[in-house]
Write a protein that binds this ligand. Structure first.
Ligand code: GTP
Length: 171
């Protein structure tokens, strides 16, 4: 019969950017939770899109756990990088983490797609997707396809659009 293709993605970004909230939205309604707590280490979540069966590694964004991220780079088929668009003071920290990702030996030479969520678009002083894109200098990314979506992980606005792009890019 038809077997779904299984793919791994890592979900990274600074602490409090909304990674777990975003993945919670992708769960079946009956499995969604209302109390999301800061991630310790990492969690895994599974979801499906466009005939792909995803295992998502939801990495803690706290600085003491960020060194864990690289352990998952080698076997990942795609990257989801979540940014809190309202956290203007820390966008430079997000940019630095992104740079370390892009120059990592397990990522640098591979053409793996990166989906950016400019999350928390509902907050009053949040940057637009274009603003986040220029703050992170995304147009300087070489040899990788990338896409950025504004999102509200609480309502799911923008989330499905992003995941559909990633699915097409991985396929
Ligand atoms: P770590 O586990 O520490 O790495 O954090 P995380 O990136 O998984 O963030 P988490 O999903 O725990 O969300 C952090 C806080 O932001 C929570 O209080 C969420 O309710 C809130 N939040 C997440 N997404 C949004 C959003 O789109 N809009 C608003 N207003 N709040 C959001």
């Amino acid at each position: 019969g038809l077997k779904r293709k299984e793919v791994n993605v890592i979900v990274i970004g600074l602490d409090n950017s909304g990674k777990s909230t975003l993945l919670n939205y992708l769960r079946p309604v009956e499995a969604q939770t209302h109390d999301i707590v800061p991630t310790v280490g990492f969690n895994t979540e599974n979801f499906r899109c466009k005939g792909l069966s995803f295992s998502a590694f939801d990495m803690s964004g706290q600085s003491r756990y960020r060194p864990l991220w690289e352990n998952y780079y080698r076997k990942t088929h795609g990257i989801i990088f979540v940014v809190d668009s309202s956290d203007r003071p820390r966008i430079v920290v997000a940019k630095d983490e992104l740079y370390q990702l892009l120059t990592h030996q397990d990522i640098r030479t591979r053409n793996i797609p990166i989906l950016f969520f400019a999350n928390k678009m509902d907050l009053r002083d949040s940057l637009s997707d274009v603003g986040v894109s220029s703050s992170l200098s995304l147009d300087e990314i070489e040899n990788k396809s990338w896409h950025i979506c504004s999102s509200n992980a609480l309502t799911g606005d923008g989330v499905q659009e992003g995941i559909e792009w990633l699915s097409s890019a991985i396929k």
